[in-house]
Unconditional design. Structure first.
Length: 221
């Protein structure tokens, strides 16, 4: 799955009933993330923390959609375990988990380990996470091995960066950026355009030994 590829529509059975992906997504962003199996310890922590942080995703107009290649019945039992382990999940489990028993969707979305992806009996979904924008394009991909859990704070940070760039096409976010930190103005933006786009004195230019002026920052966004 390459960045900017269009995620195809697909039907799926989930813990919240049958869905069609495009109808489910609507005009929202979607985080679609896969898991190796039900009743696994790291996955239990991940799905729990995503549920706890759901209000933060909702602030950003983001829906959550998980996927595992186990049966719908085991998904339901697993959700009860997740809620028991992560007792700060309020109310019902807040987002659907896809049952992809045939692994058809995992294959289509490139969520399988290379070592055994051709064997439908043993192929295990890796921790693939896709951030999908409202136009159904893949905007960010994170692929973790089965041994390593995801960082929810990092996911929220990169969603903030993507949405900020969509709002202000002329900026990018530097390493370790968090909302409120300075952003960088793209080298393609001319000095004349900067004067039009930003208040006078809002942009700092960094002198480089090369003499090239390509590092320009601002906090006025």
């Amino acid at each position: 799955m390459r960045l900017e590829a269009i995620i195809p529509d697909f039907p799926a059975n989930t813990t919240h009933g049958p869905i069609n992906f495009y109808d489910f997504a609507g005009d929202s962003w979607v985080v679609l993330f896969s898991h190796p199996a039900d009743f696994t310890p790291v996955c239990t922590t991940e799905l729990g923390r995503m549920a706890v942080h759901l209000p933060e995703f909702e602030k950003r107009n983001v829906k959550l959609l998980a996927l595992s290649c186990d049966k719908l019945e085991t998904h339901t039992d697993w959700v009860n375990d997740i809620k028991s382990y992560c007792q700060d999940i309020p109310g019902e489990f807040p987002y659907p988990i896809i049952s992809d028993e045939s692994r058809e969707l995992a294959v289509k979305l490139d969520m399988l380990n290379e070592a055994d992806r051709e064997n439908p009996d043993t192929a295990m979904t890796v921790r693939a996470l896709y951030v999908i924008s409202p136009d159904k394009r893949l905007r960010l991909s994170m692929v973790y091995p089965t041994s390593t859990g995801r960082n929810v704070d990092e996911l929220l940070r990169v969603i903030d960066s993507l949405q900020l760039h969509d709002r202000l096409k002329v900026i990018a976010t530097p390493a370790n950026w968090v909302p409120g930190d300075k952003v960088m103005i793209l080298p393609s933006v001319t000095d004349e355009q900067i004067q039009e786009l930003f208040p006078e004195g809002a942009v700092d230019s960094v002198s480089m030994p090369s003499g090239k002026c390509y590092v320009r920052t601002t906090t006025k966004y």
